[in-house]
Design a protein around this ligand. Sequence first.
Ligand code: HEM
Ligand code: 2DC
Length: 435
Amino acid sequence: MARKFQRFGPIYREKLGVYESINIISPRDAATLFRSEGMMPERFSVPPWVAYRDYRNKPYGVLLKTGEAWRSDRLTLNKEVLSPRVVEGFVPLLSQVGEDFVRRARAQVQKSGRERWTADFSHELFRFALESVCHVLYGERLGLLQDFVDPEAQRFIDAVTLMFHTTSPMLYLPPALLRGLNARTWRDHVHAWDAIFTQADKCIQNVYRDLRLQRKGSREYGGILSSLLLQDKLPLDDIKASVTEMMAGGVDTTSVTLQWAMFELARSPGTQEQLRAEVLAAKNQAAGDRVKMLKSTPLLKAAIKETLRLHPVAVTLQRYTVQEVVLQDYRIPPKTLVQVGLYAMGRDPEVFPKPEQFSPERWLLPGSKHFKGLSFGFGPRQCLGRRIAELEMQLFLMHILENFKIETKRAVEVGTKFDLILLPDKPIYLTLRPL
Ligand code: HEM
Ligand code: 2DC
């Protein structure tokens, strides 16, 4: 896309299989698009994901619902997943998982006998991410940062990766064709979703049963699922569908972003020191209170934004126009698929001066953000897991920076590949060295 924008300019039309889209790159056009998106925005609906649910007769969650059905589910979920009131309550749950990661890393350092731990952390981070999202969803720990890892949890992690991986070759096939297909990719895709749904269902049943048997103290916060069940505003099937999506959506997204963040910090030791100074000062001031600390670590937050600028999870954002929209000199008719080239935008020198430089401070300049920080999407359809993801990543990096220096071999360049989400094209080796 970056090359095509260079060749054709900031707006071009493209045909992808049976789908046609208008692609844009400028923050101004993105602003125009999102400002006209209406109350029930729709993005490109990934055909194999829809096809699987239809094939197995599973209800859609917010990811795939549209119209009023999407809106009412989404409003109920927002209150339990995004609202500032509940989000603060996630902090201790997520911080605990971060502390456990540090404990595990220290044990690995000990085991190595070399005062450091060098590894490709992707699998560790997958487990960290699943542990984190499950702690806020179910109010329970899975124990994935211990030495023994439950094989079922590992199967879930592998299933999510396989699900993404098998989506991309089928991305632009029409669902009707997909259903009739008995190709290897489709079968693997079905197996992957089956494993995801089975495992999520077990977790959901556990919480449901504990709630009915009143095993949980009714005072303490029991996680997102408990709240949703107790509220009784959504039918059980809809709760299950969206909770399953959150559980699956919470693994690869935050873990790769953290991997990239550590990689960038390892390559910019100066920036890493600045962040560490900020975190340690905040810790002193807040006497260890993590909620307070998060209010005085702007550079840490900027570092995550900067990581997602260079390494977004989603290659594009998409919307179907609901009314005519004028972008540049073009009139875009209603019901047109428009894609914002998020990856290309993040690396466009017109939008971000010296785009190749990892520099979190750029986000602290006034007026620097206008429709540029779009990594989680925009508006009422933006990422439902945004606040969970942000807190999880901020707390993880806090704990790491308080305890370790992050290092990497300087010469290695790592590119990006498309596996439905964007991923590093080779393993990233990092070293954690106790401070
Ligand atoms: C949607 C990015 C983590 C669950 C999205 C979208 C983006 C995105 C770009 C589309 C938004 C739009 O169309 O405007 C990210 C990034 C993450 C992340 C960058 C982490 C670094 C998570 C997590 C969860 C999650 C942890 C689950 C807790 C979802 C769901 C949707 C979504 C359910 C669909 C929402 C809807 O259609 O109403 N995400 N995500 N994501 N994300 Fe995330
Ligand atoms: C993939 O051309 C490329 O957050 C397509 O947590 C357009 C497209 C549409 C929707 C995007 C998808 C891309 C990438 C992955 C995203 C997805 C919407 C939500 C999903 C960005 C850019 C993701 C990873 C969710 C996934 C939840 C799922 C596992 C239940």
